[in-house]
Write a protein that binds this ligand. Structure first.
Ligand code: ELE
Length: 204
């Protein structure tokens, strides 16, 4: 089983993907991998998300995970579809236990000290910080990182191409997540690869 830190350090940015058409899965994944982003988070926000996970998993170099995983059932169907890591907007014992049972790395969302302490109790040390900008931005994550020296984060929510580097400058941040790489609509693969290259070149 891979460790979540191995997934988080594949590249400085994890694209958060909302894909409405399974036909877009492979071109989008190929464009992102070509730009240097290998860990891809497919959110379970669309009907076809599990199919998209299966399709993207066929792309060489792609390490495809599921996002918006809200419970154990979501987690199990994502793993069955081929997800190699799991991202959740929050942290519940239900999802953490399901991840252990399925032996899949988990990146659960935390927004405050109590969330992080619940995660530490469950044996977790790597967390999403969500919603990063709305939950207080960089000052909030700096303050939260102080008492939790062992914790490492992937801030997500409101981060864009021009703010990612500031977050990546924090010692507790291994990578950031964001949906800016693949805007809604028919994918422009050249533009996606260009954005991915820019993101991949950021210092983690
Ligand atoms: O769907 C999930 O599992 C989430 O937790 C939310 C997403 O990670 C953010 O919505 C991405 O944020 P933006 O980059 O601001 O679009």
């Amino acid at each position: 089983m891979a460790r979540i830190e191995d997934i988080m350090t594949l590249a400085p940015v994890i694209p958060v993907l909302v894909i409405h058409d399974p036909a877009h899965a492979r071109p989008v994944a190929e464009a992102l991998v070509a730009g240097g982003l290998r860990a891809l988070e497919v959110t379970l926000r669309t009907e076809c998300a599990l199919e998209v996970i299966a399709e993207m998993s066929k792309v060489e170099g792609a390490v495809v995970g599921a996002g918006t995983v809200l419970n154990g059932d979501d987690l199990k169907s994502s793993v069955d579809a081929g997800a190699r890591f799991i991202v959740s907007p929050g942290l519940t014992a239900n999802v953490a236990h399901a991840a252990n049972a399925c032996e899949v790395p988990l990146l659960p969302g935390t927004a405050n000290a109590s969330d992080i302490m619940r995660g530490l109790d469950l044996g977790l040390t790597h967390f999403k910080f969500f919603p990063a900008t709305a939950a207080g931005g960089i000052p909030a994550l700096k303050a939260l990182s102080a008492p939790f020296g062992q914790a490492r984060f992937c801030p997500t929510g409101g981060i864009k191409a021009d703010t990612a580097a500031d977050w990546l400058g924090l010692p507790s941040v291994l990578c950031v997540g964001g949906s800016w790489l693949v805007p809604a609509g028919t994918p422009d693969v050249a533009a996606i690869t260009a954005r991915a290259k820019q993101a991949a070149s950021l210092a983690a």
